[in-house]
Design a binder for this molecule. Structure first.
Ligand SMILES: [Zn+2]
Length: 314
């Protein structure tokens, strides 16, 4: 509990540290809206059974789109963007307006020193954020003020296939990250027919980015958000961070960081699927950016340079 609180305090000012700097890609097609309680990836089970958490469920149903919260430093209205991650963290596949969700959230809050009441609030969300961010070795290195991990040698990276890339853009990633991504994408494709219907979904729109590239993008378009404040130390320099196309809200790009687009993306079936399944493939989400997933193998975040890997013949 104390560790989590310390983490929350440390992470407070680190807004948008992973910051997927604007990469100039075009908007993809609009993704499929998420239908609550469909089986297999998101909400399911007996979530509305008689429970003393019904009152908390009613409060959550009202607050999810109206409560001002600021887990990442800027005020957002409502916590729907974080509902899927919350359900996964507290271990329940229930819609956020149900007694089942409130019960599980109450248990989690109680275990972390908060009131056992099942309602979401800014304090609970801050603690949840600490739990999510703690899963990111890259970020933990920044919190511990370790040196920024050096980028891998270019020859240690592998080029993704055009069919795996957003509009066929050339993208490099670490070979072990690409293997994990491919296994995950195949599983997602099996579970979610909309990916077959829209092959742009689940493609990668950013992988490895050199520190020089990120610095230049920051200087050119000012779209670097926290990258500049973080000393241009983006997780994308490791070759282990992927920005994955989940769709986009009407008029938004796949990486538009507006609250409306982030909320939209968080409600797609693909995002819901990733929240529950990506950890099995070694990926964790940066919660402020639904599209940003980091492969959490320790080697990718070492502060010493990795050895060049043998290139895979293609
Ligand atoms: Zn990213």
């Amino acid at each position: 509990m104390r560790r989590l609180l310390v983490l929350v305090l440390l992470l407070g000012p680190m807004l948008i540290l992973a910051a997927c700097a604007s990469t100039g890609h075009r908007a993809g097609r609009v993704g499929t809206a998420y239908t609550p309680r469909s089986p297999g990836y998101g909400w399911s089970g007996a979530c509305d059974q008689p429970s003393n958490a019904r009152q908390a469920a009613r409060i959550n149903a009202a607050s999810i789109d109206s409560l001002p919260v600021s887990p990442f430093g800027r005020t957002e209205i409502g916590w729907r963007t974080y509902a899927a991650l919350t359900a996964q963290e507290v271990g329940v596949r229930c819609s956020p307006d149900t007694a089942g969700f409130a019960e599980a959230l109450g248990r989690w809050k109680s275990a972390h020193g908060l009131a056992y009441d099942g309602t979401m609030d800014d304090k609970a969300l801050s603690l949840l954020k600490g739990a999510w961010q703690e899963k990111r070795p890259f970020l933990m290195g920044r919190v511990r003020r370790e040196p920024c991990p050096p980028p891998p040698p270019i020859e240690a990276l592998e080029q993704i296939k055009p069919s795996e890339s957003h509009y066929g853009k050339p993208i490099l990633v670490r070979p072990e990250v690409l293997a994990a991504y491919r296994a995950m994408a195949a599983a997602a494709r099996r579970d979610l027919p909309e990916i077959t219907a829209d092959p742009m979904l689940m493609t990668i729109f950013s992988g490895y980015r050199s520190p020089e590239y990120d610095a230049a993008m920051c200087a050119t378009n000012g779209g670097c958000n926290g990258v500049a404040r973080a000393g241009s130390c983006s997780a994308h320099r490791t070759g282990a961070a992927l920005d994955i196309v989940l769709g986009n809200a009407p008029g938004a790009r796949v990486d538009t960081a507006s609250d409306a687009n982030r909320r939209y993306l968080s409600q797609t079936r693909l995002y819901q699927w990733l929240v529950w399944n990506a950890p099995r493939y070694g990926f964790v989400n940066y919660p402020f950016e639904p599209w940003h997933w980091e492969y959490v193998a320790a080697a990718a975040y070492s502060t010493t340079s990795p050895q060049p890997a043998r290139r895979t013949a293609r």
